[in-house]
Design a protein around this ligand. Structure first.
Ligand code: ZN
Length: 135
């Protein structure tokens, strides 16, 4: 079951260059920076009210974030939804005809197991499912 928006992902050229602006904009400090080696991204998290914002910077030219930035501009990249059972949700969505980029969950930032849906089956939206590892 999809429970709620877990975070909003924003692609940036450089976290060190953008973070101060986002901290000033939202009047909060980044509470965590983390490398996700499997996706070749560096992440930085800010909590704005109840909403988590994830900044994403490519650490490698083959990173999905590097490919995204090649195509256009910095900015909105994906929306992530918290699910109570990621395997079941992947199975349900595949049965419904959705195309998954990850058909089995993989490790993401912030202690999550994650899977992305392909935008070709979601009217152009890049959607991430995530589940807390300890949950
Ligand atoms: Zn994300």
């Amino acid at each position: 079951m999809i429970k709620k928006i877990e975070h909003i992902g924003i692609a940036v050229e450089s976290i060190s260059e953008s973070l101060k602006m986002y901290e000033t904009l939202f009047q909060v400090k980044c509470y965590k920076q983390e490398l996700v080696a499997s996706e070749s991204v560096k992440t930085a998290f800010l909590l704005v009210g109840d909403t988590k914002i994830e900044l994403l910077e490519a650490t490698d030219p083959n990173s999905p974030i590097a490919k995204f930035l090649e195509k256009g501009k910095q900015g909105f990249h994906h929306i992530a939804f918290e699910v109570d059972n990621i395997e079941e949700e992947i199975k349900r969505l595949m049965t419904e005809g959705f195309v998954l980029i990850h058909e089995t969950p993989k490790d993401g930032a912030d202690n999550k197991r994650i899977a992305f849906l392909h935008p070709k089956s979601t009217a152009g939206m890049l959607i991430e499912l995530c589940q807390e590892k300890s949950a």
